[in-house]
Design a protein around this ligand. Sequence first.
Ligand code: NDP
Ligand code: OXD
Length: 325
Amino acid sequence: MDLPAAARAAPVSTPVKIIFASSHDIDPALWIDPLSQAVPGAQVVPWRAGEPAVGAEAAVVWNPPAELFERERGLRVAFNLGAGVDGLFRLPTLPPQLPIVRLEDAGMAVQMAEYAAQALVRASRQFDDYAAQQRERRWLPLPELDRTQWPVGVLGLGVMGARVAQTLAGLDYPVAGWSRSGKAPAGVQAFAGMDALPDFLARTRVLVNTLPLTDETRDLLRRDTLSRLLPGAHLINMGRGQHLVEEDLLALLESGHVAGATLDVFRQEPLPADHPFWTHPRVTVTPHVAALSLRRETIAQVADKIRRFMRGEPVSGQVARQRGY
Ligand code: NDP
Ligand code: OXD
């Protein structure tokens, strides 16, 4: 997608000043120096609290402090070091017209596919039961897998969801996907928009969430939607914690309608030590690692986007502000 004319019209000054701001404790030697080297003509400087503006034209960010946008008034673009931009949109200081460019795949989609595949296969092939049998030294083959009993539904068919859906369809599970547009990879049954959500859920036993967090998708996974899933459902949440009403999932696990859940993202991260998910026998918790960002791939992609921005060329991955993703 092309950056708006406002972001491209004036040539960038050389050296272009880029401010790097991340909530993670990122070692500058590992990020800032390689990024500077990959973009000749760029000067990448770290964000430092309490200092005056550096006059940056571009920002490279991951959950940056709100003050960044109050202080750096000359920004023409922000490059997000992740696929999801909800952390940025939460900031009241984010200028409404500032173009946001997000990470596209960068080695994350294959990890999301692996994560979903392991959770699905573990449930459908009864590997937890075999683990229990091993503890009792029991040699007992369980009934074979009937894939027709394990229809998968993938929420979101973007960069992440499409790879997840294709991978699971490649394992011969019946796979459907839900998106706004209804675009779906070959072999994946497409459902589009809110009107189609009830039918999509009603044919799904294993629900895999890869949606971005927006006003429309917040709290989408709640009692009335999850209740529509086939009995013995399994939820795999890799989107955002705010998609899921956690008490509703606990109630449906209790009732047995949902048989299990594999959760990577939570309303509060880190998950508080006293949260019931930690000890629930049918919930698997991972610490937001379904896809880890890969430094080399991430730097290469962001550097390429910055070089294009500096040359006034189209930059892909621009977020549509009105849609929220
Ligand atoms: P994309 O923008 O490529 O895809 C988003 C998908 O969601 C699109 O298919 C879009 O539909 C669909 N969608 C958005 N809003 C709606 C809606 N209201 N109704 C129906 N469908 C909707 O994003 P990515 O695939 O790159 O990333 C998705 C999310 O995955 C990120 O925002 C992040 O939250 C999460 N993520 C989690 C990670 C982890 O480690 N847990 C790692 C990386 C990402 P359409 O195709 O029609 O536009
Ligand atoms: C992302 C994430 O959005 O890591 O990239 O969650």
